[in-house]
Structure formats: structure tokens, C-alpha cells
Write a protein that binds this ligand. Structure first.
Ligand SMILES: Cc1ncc(COP(=O)(O)O)c(C=O)c1O
Length: 379
């Protein structure tokens, strides 16, 4: 079965008792038991599980070509569950990462003995060089947020496995429509389902997907023990959103490519970053490991002032954090999504006030193009 069909049919079957084509929201905190400690079915208490979780988990596992998925209250909750399983160790990760992930690693889990080394995303050998005797995991984001660097997943997974190291890949930007890291050797995939999977900017959610049963059981344990569960209604909304994922991703990509193309060569712009542009330094690698390039475009202006003017002149792109919704959004990573990264670290990565990130939505292409072109003229 192909992705577009999985989105609509896996985990989306009619409800067993009434035949409701759209399953209900099991908005309950607890489940009746036949005898003390003997539940009627597989559920006892929603912190540990709920039918709306299970349905969404079935869909997400199928989309990532994995056996098991577990859903959480946010992408960071999913990362927290994973980090809770790994104990005292060292991990290697990208130097350019979503700001909240950076903060979780360095301001929270570093205090619980999970140390990290950060390496250049595009340099597969740098991952190898950063390995220490106590390294247990690679945490890989690709494409990266916000610089859209690509990590060579097959090479990096090969390096990790040859040394007994496991790999978790943040697949939020590409979505399972365009990239399936488990097929390329990853052990776990993490998603912020807040983004493309839900697609309508009305839920915060996260997920972990794996083929490894013992990892799945530890994710279960930490979801229950730390209270990282989502709400049944949020899972119901994500299950609804996922149905149109394949359609939306195709449209996000078409619009993003058109916008990226239109921005090239504008006098106030120094660089347009989009993995689907032939000018992207890793275009070949992106074409090999992804089946599409996604909907995020990063733009470097000649100054922070030009960037701010551009953002303020846009009419259809809403100035807001987040990405992956049907509506176009614009953000300045240095003051918004990546503000939690110390300024010196950010500047080193090129995340300064001249950088703008566009989450290109699925509006009519011509309307988006004319919005961008008017904003550019106004600079
Ligand atoms: C790549 C990536 N991973 C993880 C997260 C965290 O997800 P959430 O906001 O759902 O906690 C984000 C949020 O923007 C993200 O962009």
C-alpha cells in the first residue's frame, strides 16, 4: 500500500460497536475493570493508553514503515521519553538543531548526565570523529531547522551501527511522505506531530516510531511514569489531519519550490536555502534520500533591517512560530524559534537577524508569489 492510501486507511477503520466511519473521541481518563486489576480490554488509564492513541499509532507506524509508534503530548515530550531511556551516556548530534531540542539537551538532560557533542550536519565523517567510548546514540535532524542542511542518513547510520551506537532521526521537516529514516537504517524516528502530520496548526503533539520492541516498551514506561501522554481529542485531530498528508505535502513542495525560485537573485537577498534547488550544496544527496524536498525555505537577507521589513510587509504569510500548517508562516529564528540558543552559538551557525524562515503553505501559488514579490519591492 502506498503512502496516500495508508494515510486514509491504516488506523482509520470504522469503530467496531456502532460502525461509525469516523471513530469517536474516547474522552475518558479511566476504563472500567471486570475485577480488581483485570480491565475489560487493553486500557486502564489514559496516561498509559487510550483507543485514540492506538489508532494514531497504527497510522504513524505504517507511514514510517515501522512496527511500533507511541504518541506524546509534544515533540519535546517524545524526545524527553527517548532521552529518559538512554541513561548516563554521551550522544552526538547536529550543530544546527531546533532551538527547543538544543535547550532540552543542554539545559535539562546535561544535568542528568546525558552529555552531547555537536557536529557539522553535512560532514558524515565528523559524526564518526565525535564518537567516544561512552557514546550510545546519534540524534540526527535532517533537513535541519532552520538551515536546511542534509545529513547523509545511510552513511551516518552505517558509522553508528559499526560501533554499536543507535540512531534516532527527527523527521519532522520531511514528513514520512518524503523521507523514511527507518528504511535508511535509523533505529527510531521522532516527530513533532504539531507540524506536517497534523497540518492544521491546532494541536501540539509528538511521536516515536521504531521496530525495536524493547525500546517501544521503555517509551511506554516513560510516557506513563513521566505523564508525557497527549489528550485523546488531540490524537483524534491528528488522525483527521493525517488523512490529507500526501496531498498537502505535494502542494507544500510545489509552492516552496516556486517561492525559492522566485527569491533567487533578488537584490536584498544573499542566499536562498531550499534542498530542492540545484544550487543547494547537498541537492544530490537530498534527491537520493528524500522523495520530495518539503515546504520550508530559509532566506538570508543583506541585513537584519531588510529581513524585518520583508516580514512586516508580507500579507498572506503570518508572522508566527511553528511550521507545517496549511497556512503560510514566516519567522525570524534568531528572535523566535532559536532564541534559546546562546547568541554566540547561534551566530556561529549563521542564525542571526538577517535569516528568515518561511513555512510555505498550500494557498494558491500565484497569490503567495505576488505576496512575496510585493514585500520584496517594499524593502
Ligand atoms: C524539527 C523539530 N523537532 C522537534 C520540535 C519540537 O516539537 P514540539 O513543538 O511539538 O514540542 C520542533 C518544533 O518546532 C521542530 O521544529
Amino acid at each position: 500500500m502506498k503512502t496516500g492510501t495508508k494515510c486514509i486507511h491504516i488506523g482509520q477503520t470504522p469503530e467496531e460497536i456502532s460502525g461509525a466511519v469516523i471513530p469517536p473521541v474516547f474522552q475518558t481518563s479511566t476504563f472500567a475493570q471486570k475485577n480488581p486489576g483485570v480491565p475489560y480490554g487493553e486500557y486502564e488509564y489514559t496516561r498509559a493508553g487510550n483507543p485514540n492513541f492506538s489508532r494514531l499509532e497504527e497510522t504513524l507506524a505504517a507511514l514510517e514503515n515501522g512496527k511500533y509508534a507511541r504518541v506524546f503530548s509534544s515533540g519535546l515530550a517524545a524526545l524527553t521519553a527517548w532521552l529518559s531511556t538512554i541513561g548516563k551516556c554521551h550522544i552526538v548530534t547536529n550543530e544546527d538543531l531546533y532551538g527547543g531540542t538544543y535547550r532540552l539537551l543542554n539545559a535539562v538532560f546535561a544535568n542528568y548526565d546525558v552529555q552531547n557533542s555537536r557536529v557539522r550536519s553535512a560532514d558524515a565523517r565528523a559524526w564518526e570523529k565525535a564518537v567516544r567510548s561512552e557514546t550510545r546514540w546519534f540524534l540526527v535532524e535532517t533537513p535541519t531547522n532552520p538551515m536546511l542542511n542534509i545529513v547523509d542518513l545511510a552513511s551516518v547510520c552505517g558509522i553508528a551501527h559499526s560501533r554499536g551506537i543507535k540512531v534516532i532521526v527527527d523527521n519532522t521537516f520531511a514528513s514520512p511522505c518524503f523521507q523514511q529514516p527507518l528504511n535508511l537504517g535509523a533505529d527510531v524516528v521522532i516527530h513533532s506531530t504539531t507540524k506536517y502530520l497534523n497540518g492544521h496548526s491546532d494541536v501540539i503533539g509528538g511521536a516515536l516510531i521504531t521496530n525495536d520492541e524493547s525500546l517501544k516498551e521503555r517509551f511506554d514506561f516513560f510516557r506513563k511514569a513521566l505523564g508525557l501522554n497527549p489528550s485523546p481529542f488531540d490524537c483524534w485531530l491528528i488522525s483527521r489531519g493525517v488523512k490529507t498528508l500526501a496531498l498537502r505535502m505535494a502542494w507544500h513542495e510545489k509552492n516552496a519550490l516556486a517561492i525559492a525560485d522566485s527569491l533567487k537573485g533578488a537584490s536584498a537577498i544573499k542566499e536562498v536555502m531550499y534542498p530542492g534547488l540545484k544550487s543547494h550544496p547537498q541537492f544530490k544527496l537530498a534527491s537520493k534520500q528524500m522523495s520530495g524536498f518539503g515546504g520550508i525555505v530559509a532566506v538570508r537577507f543583506d541585513s537584519g533591517k531588510s529581513a524585518t521589513k520583508f516580514m512586516k510587509k508580507l500579507k498572506l504569510f503570518c508572522l508566527a512560530e511553528s511550521l507545517g500548517g496549511v497556512e503560510s508562516l514566516v519567522s525570524q529564528p534568531s528572535t523566535m524559534t532559536h532564541a534559546s540558543i546562546p547568541r554566540a552559538v547561534r551566530s556561529n551557525l549563521g542564525i542571526d537577524d538577517s535569516l528568515v524562515r518561511l513555512s510555505v503553505g498550500i494557498e494558491d501559488t500565484d497569490d503567495l508569489l505576488s505576496d512575496v514579490s510585493s514585500a520584496l519591492k517594499a524593502i
